[in-house]
Design a protein around this ligand. Structure first.
Ligand code: ZN
Length: 480
């Protein structure tokens, strides 16, 4: 964590009014669940140990009432409440007995520096390759509008959008320190990332259409080509997580085949594959044997290409599938929204092949595996990071409840054992640490701005009035 001196801001009258308006709008939009706010009773003690009590989701079979003991950011033990309490009688306690406790969600495909803006209203699902909407495949294709986010105060807002919805790790180039944990890295900037994952986004170049134009479909059996060599720069071979086969045309199909050919010849690291819309049926069937995790972004696929990967076929073939949002320009605003889009596609096109627990696994243990961090996070398991999402229990089906959850149903998010955000109505705010006093709508966030950031809470609110919102789904891309 880098610490920077805060610049004291003068609260000009106009600014104060704008902040007040922003706070009121956020309050109105941030949820209507206050009718039945499930409570978390908190007792904070001078202790390096924390106990979290509730209905623990440890695997896809359901939940079990119990307690988690956290020390130094890690899960030290899990078990019956009395047994855990007797092991740590002086621990701070979060008793969220009426709620579900899940591993924090892991989003293995975002673009934290490119996810602050609304979808271009001209976007139509008319493309057959990423190069077309990016404007490099020729003037006949409409180039979609998007822009990079430059300021930390904007990047903070983007990560906050994910944190408030229960996400504890995001993979993708960029982002800020603090809040969610970032996975990513290119040679030279790896210190910015909590988990190293090689992010040479487009290994066949920024113009794969041109680079692969010498090949045609179908390929001869022995035709192949390595991805651009510079994604191999990290000597310790962290997981490789590129965008591959993003589209439906021949170029996309060739990317998929060439990438899997490469993986088969170089098996000594963890590989994932973001998108894969253009994977041929036979290449989907290679994923399992090659141990390549498919990182699925259904909303973004449907918005740009009018279709998505045949996930039932991938699962039947034994492939591991993770789920992710992609960016705000074509994807979901948070992972909960991505669950809903995935479920909509599943119900309307695949005859309800997927179960709700499939989505939960895609966003926890499979997402962790896609980033080679499954021994570090992604499960409620002894020794793993205490990355935790607590959400409202409405029925006895934790996975159904999760898939229908909105941001206002997320009661708390812990990263490395630290409470970072929560739903105000579920807590006695006077009992929380002082850094949790920052209100956003009906939620609070726990941040020491003066110590860790160059902006204040008021500046955060005022700087993001035109960004993709934290709670509303205003202008989110459609999933139809
Ligand atoms: Zn992407």
């Amino acid at each position: 964590m880098k610490y920077r001196q805060i610049n004291p801001i003068k609260q000009e009258p106009v600014k104060a009014v704008l902040v007040a308006i922003q706070v009121l709008i956020l309050f109105a939009l941030s949820g209507c669940s206050s009718v039945n706010p499930q409570r978390c009773d908190v007792s904070i003690r001078q202790s390096d140990e924390t106990i979290i009590i509730g209905n623990l989701i440890r695997d896809a079979s359901g939940s079990e009432y119990g307690a988690i003991l956290v020390r130094d950011g890690h899960i030290l033990d899990i078990g019956k409440i009395n047994a855990i309490k007797s092991k740590a009688p002086n621990a701070s306690v979060f008793d969220c007995s009426s709620s579900y406790i899940s591993p924090g969600l892991i989003n293995p495909h975002e673009h934290p520096d490119w996810s602050g803006g609304f979808p271009d209203p001209m976007t139509r699902p008319v493309y057959s390759h990423r190069d077309q909407w990016r404007g490099v495949a020729g003037p006949e294709y409409y180039k979609v509008e998007f822009e990079r986010v430059e300021e930390d105060v904007q990047k903070f807002w983007i990560e906050l959008r994910h944190l408030l919805s229960g996400t504890t790790t995001i993979a993708g180039s960029g982002g800020i320190e603090g809040l969610v944990k970032n996975a990513g890295g290119r040679p030279g900037d790896e210190e910015r990332y909590f988990y190293l994952a090689e992010m040479e986004t487009f290994p066949y170049g920024f113009d794969a259409t041109e680079e692969l134009s010498g090949f045609s479909c179908p390929l001869a059996p022995n035709e192949s080509r390595d991805p651009r060599s510079h994604f191999l720069e990290f000597e310790d071979k962290p997981p490789y997580v590129p965008h591959i086969a993003e589209g439906t045309n021949c170029t996309a199909q060739i990317e998929g085949k060439f990438y899997l050919d490469y993986v088969s010849k170089n098996p000594e690291r963890r590989y994932s594959l973001i998108h894969g819309v253009g994977l041929s049926r036979s290449d989907i069937e290679r994923l399992k044997d090659l141990d390549v995790t498919l990182i699925w972004s259904p909303r973004s696929n449907v918005v740009l290409y009018g279709t998505t990967v045949d996930i039932p076929n991938a699962l039947r073939a034994g492939a591991r599938v993770a789920i992710s949002t992609d960016w705000s320009y074509s994807g979901s605003y948070n992972l909960l929204e991505e669950f809903r889009c995935a479920d909509h596609i599943d119900n309307t096109q695949w005859d309800d092949h997927l179960s709700e627990s499939d989505y939960w696994r895609m966003a926890t243990e499979h997402a962790a595996y896609s980033l080679d961090v499954e021994k570090l996070t992604g499960k409620l398991e002894q020794g793993l990071a205490a990355d935790i999402m607590i959400f409202r229990k409405r029925t006895n089906d934790p996975f159904g409840d999760m898939v229908s959850s909105k941001v206002s149903d997320v009661i708390a998010t812990f990263v490395d054992g630290e409470l970072l955000s929560g739903y105000s109505g579920s807590f006695d705010l006077s009992k929380l640490p002082t850094q949790c006093s920052h209100r956003i709508g009906q939620h609070f966030i726990c941040v020491d701005y003066a110590k860790d950031y160059s902006f204040s809470h008021e500046e955060l609110l005022i700087s993001n009035t035109n960004a993709v919102p934290l709670f509303s789904l205003d202008r989110q891309a459609s999933c139809e």
